[in-house]
Design a protein around this ligand. Structure first.
Ligand code: PMP
Length: 369
């Protein structure tokens, strides 16, 4: 190969997604219906029924390009959040917003500050633009915000904080978070990734900080992939100062949010029942896992999100054994946690099946109290 590739690409890590049900079914010769996927923090109740109904109607319009500015979706989101449409930037999943940040600010010689066990896409985007990654050791598996502040140098362009964090499920203290956001120097973009915020009972609300206009370097990121159950459609959004949103608009492809995605996201915003039901199921699921894992004497990180991180010993082996039993979870070696697995909260039945399979694999007597 003689092509003079961008040298930065040599250092880009590979993203390892949760394994799709069909792939595992093919590989193991199992019927797809017998497999459950608790590997990508998706909504176990499926897409919002209101979104599905709206999608059916929208399909006849697929010959037309979508509204490139997603006018109605932005209007609706802005109203819900109490911001202006100019405060919003839409992405093909919030992953795309992370990439916008890279395009806007990163180049060789610049730095990005993250926490140990941060979401895998931050390092990927950092490397893609040839920037250097500064990884701050975690504290109790979560962010050490004062240490992250100290890691900021004149070369720093972006600092990422996912709250709750994926894959650890940890949540930073509200007062500390506010202090942190205010202390980050104005020439550094502070990204607070709120992909799982809707699962929290009392989330720290940073939208007023954006609205105040006093923090043009603050970007909040959210997604329709998790509680709204639309991961397959790819819609995420950023909430920021209008000048920052306008910069990101320059980078955005003209039709990055497809037509069904716009329609479904709007309908999902109206589906409060689906959100409430999902949140309640999640809280019960978290309690179930916490209780069962404690019985099994497995170490776990207390989670504020829709997944649990548990220490099983040989993560790769337990992942394989669970998969053979039709339960797909997420191995964590890529995050530097080879002894751990991440399990997404499913329906009550899926959670029970997962725990039963885990007991078999780890030789824990079923029904043991
Ligand atoms: N941020 C975090 C913390 C996540 O866990 C995820 C999904 N795994 C994303 C962003 C990206 O989500 P999406 O691109 O589907 O919006």
């Amino acid at each position: 190969m003689q092509l003079p590739f961008n040298p930065a690409l040599g250092k880009v890590p590979v993203y390892q997604p949760g394994r799709p049900i069909e792939e595992v079914a093919r590989e193991l010769g199992l019927p797809a219906e017998s497999i459950i996927k608790l590997a990508s923090n998706e909504n176990p109740f499926g897409p919002s029924p209101k979104a599905l109904a709206a999608l059916q109607k929208a399909l006849a319009g697929l010959n037309l390009y979508p509204d490139g500015n997603a006018f109605y979706l932005k209007e609706k989101l802005a109203e819900k959040l109490g911001v202006k449409p100019a405060n919003l930037i839409l992405g093909n999943g919030s992953n795309e917003i992370i990439e916008f940040a890279g395009h806007a600010l990163l180049s060789p010689g610049t730095e990005v500050v993250v926490s140990q066990y941060c979401f895998a896409v931050y390092p990927i985007v950092t490397r893609m633009f040839g920037a250097d990654l500064v990884t701050v050791p975690a504290k109790d598996y979560g962010h050490d915000l004062p240490a992250m502040l100290r890691a900021i140098t004149p070369k720093t362009r972006i600092v990422f904080v996912a709250n709750p964090n994926n894959p650890t499920g940890t949540l930073v203290n509200r007062a500390e978070l506010l202090k942190f956001v205010k202390a980050v120097p104005p020439q550094v973009l502070v990204v607070i990734d709120e992909a799982y915020i809707e699962f929290l009972e009392e989330p720290a609300d940073l939208v007023p900080l954006v609205k105040s206009g006093a923090h043009p370097n603050l970007l909040l990121m959210r997604t329709f992939s998790k509680i709204y159950g639309l991961a397959g459609l790819r819609v995420g959004y950023g909430i920021a100062h209008p000048e920052l949103a306008a910069i990101f608009e320059k980078i955005r492809q003209p039709f990055n949010i497809n037509l069904p995605a716009q329609i479904a996201a709007m309908a999902a915003l109206d589906d409060e029942e689906h959100v409430r039901r999902t949140r309640e199921n999640n809280l019960r699921g978290l309690q179930f896992f916490a209780k069962e894992l404690k019985r099994m004497k497995l170490e776990q990180v207390p989670s504020a999100a829709n997944f649990v991180l548990i220490r099983v010993g040989d993560g790769a082996r337990v992942f394989d054994e669970l998969q053979k039993r039709g339960v797909i979870v997420r191995p964590m070696a890529g995050y530097g946690l080879p002894e751990w697995l991440r399990i997404s909260v499913g329906t009550a039945g899926e959670n029970e099946r997962c725990v039963a399979a885990l007991k078999k694999v780890l030789d824990f007597p079923a029904g043991n109290n």
